[in-house]
Design a protein around this ligand. Structure first.
Ligand code: SAM
Ligand code: DTB
Ligand code: SF4
Length: 338
């Protein structure tokens, strides 16, 4: 799959900004595209103003990730190293035991994380899997950490079980605009994602839902994803923006990297359209470098995945992340709360 050409020109000269933010649920793709097309500095300034209004403390939330069940996933997501359809060499594992999970969660908390997210490479867990996950969630919750899980598609009763175990957030990304989705994933449809998000909401679990930049989508399709997210009612409390990690063996390994300033633009558009959500600068931070990450924080990112590993790929070292936040005078949520 090749990188699609941007189909709208970038306007470098000043132009009138888009109309003021529409009411909840009313973001059109065109209105988000108009944001993405703003002159870069004007867009970042506008996003920073929204950010300061809604997050005056300017703190960055640290969320640690643990892959509790890795690889062997029957889905064919073109970006994912854990799919059985792609020869990436990631071995399939069984679900981790409670001791191992608790050790990782204690370490994450000691290092300053306030949220612990457990990921499993399932298309949809069985009820037995959900019962085991409920035990893990209960145990992590007992450490005083916010809990998050990402386990694939859920039935309503499964979401209820997870809520009962103390699950604070469920991560389930829309990943791309609906019109681009079938180019990247053939084993499920967009509506499947929306259905699970509905079940999660009905169970009273907070929603963590975002997407990936760099799949080969156009800027219009990036705008489409942001509009889909912003129009969820209510908008997701957490919005991860992943910069594609190009993993050898996946169909998207040869994609052209996206201009890093485009990632900043997407973060800014997410901040403006979802003013009260935590926007998480997620996968692919190693490829961005410190300067671009600083621009992402300026544009409204206020959460990162913290820890040396994402699920199977690498992440910046915790010492480097700490140093970066210190250099930028950005407070850490868990330390602010003390
Ligand atoms: N199987 C579950 C699912 O798909 O919802 C949970 C785990 S899945 C790995 C979680 C998310 O990781 C995906 O929705 C996608 O946004 C992100 N992801 C996976 N591979 C990635 C990659 N190579 N680069 C960036 N993000 C990726
Ligand atoms: C999300 O949006 N990004 C995280 C988390 N949710 C589970 C996963 C990123 C995965 C990056 C590639 C990997 O290590 O597998
Ligand atoms: Fe499976 Fe999730 Fe990877 Fe898709 S993104 S292949 S559902 S683990």
């Amino acid at each position: 799959m090749t990188q699609a050409l941007e189909t709208q020109p970038v306007h470098w000269h000043r132009q009138p900004g888009p109309a003021p933010a529409p009411a909840q649920g009313a973001w059109s793709r065109g209105a988000v595209l108009a944001l993405l097309q703003l002159p870069f500095m004007a867009l970042v300034q506008r996003a920073q103003a929204v950010h300061q209004q809604h997050f005056p403390a300017g703190d960055i939330e640290l969320a640690s990730l643990l892959s509790v069940k890795t690889g062997g996933c029957p889905e064919d997501c073109g970006y994912c190293p854990q799919s059985i359809h792609h020869p990436t060499g990631v071995p399939a594992t069984k679900l981790m035991g409670e001791d191992e999970v608790l050790t990782a969660a204690r370490n994450a908390k000691a290092a300053g994380a306030s949220r612990f997210c457990m990921g499993a490479a399932w298309r949809s867990p069985t009820d037995r899997d959900v019962d085991k996950m409920a035990g893990l969630i209960r145990a992590v919750h007992g450490l005083g950490l916010e809990t998050c899980a990402t386990l694939g598609m859920l039935e309503p009763a499964q979401a209820q079980t997870l809520a009962g175990a103390g699950l604070d957030y469920y991560n389930h990304n829309l990943d791309s605009a609906s019109d681009f989705y079938p180019e990247v994933i053939a084993t499920r449809v967009y509506q499947d994602r929306l259905d699970t998000l509905g079940h999660v909401r009905e169970a009273g679990i907070k929603v963590c839902c975002g997407g990936i930049v760099g799949l080969g989508e156009t800027r219009e399709q990036r705008a489409g994803l942001i509009a889909e997210l912003a129009n969820l009612n209510p908008a997701p409390e957490s919005v991860p923006v992943n910069n594609l990690v190009r993993v050898e063996g996946t169909p998207l390994a040869g994609n052209e990297p996206v201009d890093p300033f485009e990632v900043v633009r997407v973060i800014a558009a997410a901040r403006i359209t979802m003013p009260t959500s935590r926007v998480r600068l997620s996968a692919g931070r190693r490829e961005l470098g410190d300067g671009i990450q600083a621009l992402c924080f300026m544009a409204g990112a206020n959460s990162i995945f913290y820890g040396d590993k994402l699920l199977v790929t690498g992440n910046p070292d915790v010492v480097d992340d700490r140093a970066l936040l210190r250099r930028l005078d950005l407070p850490i949520t868990s330390e602010l709360a003390k």
